[in-house]
Design a protein around this ligand. Sequence first.
Ligand code: FES
Length: 360
Amino acid sequence: MSPATPEHRQVVRYAFYKLEPAWRRLPAERQAAAKTELGETIERYHGRLLLRPYGLVGIRGDCDFLLWQVAEDLDALVELQTALNRTDLGAYLTIPYSYLAMTRRSIYEFPAEAPRDQRLVIRPSAAKYLFVYPFIKTRAWYSLPKAERQRMMDEHVRVGRKYPTIRLNTTYSYGLDDQEFVVAFEGDNPAQFLDLVMELRESEASSYTLRDTPTLTCVQMSLWDLLDTLGGASATRSVAPATRGDGFTPVCDAADLPPGTSKRVYAAAEAVALFNVGGTIHAIANRCTHARASLSEGTVDAAKCVVVCPWHEGVFSLETGQVLAGPPTAAVQTYRVKIEGDTILIAEAREPTVASAPRS
Ligand code: FES
């Protein structure tokens, strides 16, 4: 059973959080500060862990959001949760569901699939939805000859291939957590996922399923949008600087935005993406009009003066906010920009939206 070469595996946690309603009765200033603290705490762990936020508000009653956590060791998961527990908002969060798992190679052969080593590394896609459930097979399944199980798995895979837009992440929990697997499907169309699951119910392997609930439908969104779904005051209010009489808001030091970089800032409680393209500062609304990805995390093509959305590759002009390619259909708001001394200021746009910054 043990592999000839050691596998480098990742640990995966699907942690579902629920906010106590009492939090929404706290003063607005405390709510705003608590959201900012929680958001910044999570952002500090980007890089140490792969962290994907998903919202469930409006979809489930028993949980509000998911943090999909992928790490190289269990210590990182402990450190992250410890840091969250120390926050003000963390005192009002419960964890109705938490599923721990690990990547590993399948014991079954799927020759037409991606190289086996790819299953050892979680690479989330840009899909809008994630469908997660814990999974346990009956003990009778394990008594079947391996060839018999392989035959049933082949049927399973054949059905899955009829739905190529649905992508499966299977991770293993044997001995680590209550379930045997955690199954997470990614896709942009819940109707296709529903049809896939209905069809899989008729497969022979399905009769060997002991448990596959709860099934949790999650919507991918930026961390700051997710915090907004929780209700209460916006996370941005406590940190957004005041707008001046001329309509301009100071948002950051020019030195914090050197050429070739981007940055998310706030003005009048709106998230705004700043880009320094060859010494010229551009400002557009941070939320993609397609599915609200954070455009400050997109890729800039300096030659075309555009940003490519990190989720579905929508392309926006940094000069006009217009959509130039991809799924979005509505332009993003642009902002006027000016530099005073070392400070970048922005205001709602009525004219061209660029300013030259000192080159560093
Ligand atoms: S969120 Fe889909 S293109 Fe930006």
